[in-house]
Design a binder for this molecule. Structure first.
Ligand SMILES: *Cc1c(COP(=O)(O)O)cnc(C)c1O
Length: 428
């Protein structure tokens, strides 16, 4: 594309297209990308950027992968989409069986949907219908932890952190739920019972109104990139059992290896009653998510009133997305992913450690293929982004956070370019 068309494109974009969480009055510049391959995004002007974001946790195998392209092309030749009401197809069955093999054993039923937020809506609805069908009509609240992020739709937003989720704007529309303080125990902290006190007090006081606990296991993503001890989750599971409350784990960001185990809940050795997966499910090729649950939950819903689960998205179990998802999971399983994540974790720890202890840095934390530098001040996003692009990397900070979660296939040298860019921009 010549420069004139490029300028036109950017002008049009700026004037008419809303980007995530942006103003239309003075939007931050958006960089035009024309292609992507491996860990590199190619800008319209020919510059290449090493991707530190995996397109928001999705592109774990990198971009333009021959195996995934092949799966997509083969499925297009057969069928791209058919409705899922009254019909089924091999891609859905294959993907469901793969998911059930990989996830904790008690999870036996799969509900497909088209995005992470919708899979969370589905999870919440399952929990509410589970209680309703057993005559527990008072149980219509959720309990979660602060600093969480579970999606942008109303049901999901109602369990996001009330401050960063801007609940005050939507007061009166959002259902009110219970919020425990965010886990204070860091990943490696020695356990102290006071870490669970606030959560225990809330579930103890309100369990007869609470249908489910919902949270992100071990790593809280967009709500603050916090990493907490798996021990906390063990207590949450035990308290849910004690008080007869369902446990929903949102593994949309953590799923498919990101934290070093296939799912983050494995680190606590626990299993949820309902689990949401999305993001890396199709390696970012298409939007697809799933909500998994136990036979206990599905039996209760199915034998109660109205006897069916009240949800059914138009693009449910889209065959194209399911085929790519199965290919992506197979690719993950046939790769040395644990070794790759361990290597990335080690390198992130080594190369980001120079930032720790500096006056402008509040914290440095690393788990699996996730590296976070938290500053004491909000990052000037436009300025930092520009600096990163000039250094040949794609890193998008938010709030006080500069963080990366690169594709698992990233090589040592490319990862070093990402971490060097961070240390240079932060001034470590
Ligand atoms: C991204 C995310 C969601 C929402 O997924 P969308 O596909 O953006 O709707 C929900 N929960 C967590 C933990 C996420 O990271």
């Amino acid at each position: 594309m010549n420069t004139e068309t490029q300028t036109d494109l950017l002008k049009y974009d700026r004037k008419h297209i809303w980007h995530p969480y942006t103003s239309m009055l003075d939007p931050l510049p958006a960089y035009p990308v024309v292609s992507a391959k491996g860990v590199r995004l190619t800008l319209e002007d020919g510059r290449e950027l090493i991707d530190g974001m995996s397109s928001w946790w999705a592109a774990i195998h990198g971009y333009n992968h021959p195996e995934l392209n092949k799966a997509a092309k083969q499925q297009i030749e057969a069928m791209s989409h058919i409705m899922f009401g009254g019909l089924t197809h091999p891609p859905a069955v294959e993907l469901a069986s793969l998911l059930l093999k990989l996830t904790p054993e008690p999870l036996q039923k799969v509900f497909f949907s088209d995005s992470g937020s919708v899979s969370v809506e589905v999870a919440i609805k399952m929990a509410l219908q589970y209680c309703y069908s057993q005559g527990l009509r008072k149980k219509d609240k959720l309990l979660t932890i602060r600093s969480g992020y579970n999606g942008d739709t109303f049901g999901a937003m109602a369990v996001c952190d009330p401050v960063t989720g801007m609940h005050k704007i939507f007061r009166g529309i959002l259902p009110l739920h219970y919020f425990a303080e965010a886990p204070r125990c860091r990943y490696d902290d020695k356990w102290n019972d006071k870490y669970i006190e606030n959560f225990r007090d809330l579930i103890n006081a309100h369990h007869d109104e609470i249908a489910a606990v919902i949270l992100e296991p071990v790593v809280q993503g967009a709500g603050g990139m916090r990493i907490y001890s798996p021990q906390y989750l063990r207590y949450v599971r035990a308290l849910c059992d004690e008080y007869d409350v369902l446990l929903i784990l949102d593994e949309i960001a953590t799923g498919f290896g990101r934290t070093g185990t296939m799912f983050a809940c494995e680190q606590a050795g626990i299993s949820p009653d309902i689990m949401c997966v999305g993001k890396a499910l199709t390696n970012g090729y298409l939007s697809l998510a799933a909500t998994l649950t136990t036979s206990n939950v599905s039996d209760a819903i199915s034998s109660g009133d109205p006897g069916v689960f009240m949800h059914g998205p138009t693009f449910m179990a889209n065959p194209l997305a399911c085929s790519i998802a199965s290919a992506s999971i197979q690719l993950l399983l046939s790769s040395p992913w644990q070794e790759r994540i361990r290597r990335i974790e080690k390198q992130l720890k080594n190369e980001l450690s120079s930032c720790a202890g500096l006056p402008q840095v509040a914290d440095v934390r690393v788990l699996g293929a996730i590296g976070v530098v938290e500053l004491n001040q909000p990052v000037d996003i436009a300025a930092a982004q520009k600096q990163f692009v000039e250094k040949g990397v794609w890193i998008r900070p938010f709030g006080n956070l500069i963080y990366i979660m690169p594709p698992y296939i990233i090589e040592e040298k490319d990862l070093r370019q990402l971490t060097s860019a961070i240390t240079e921009v932060v001034g470590c």
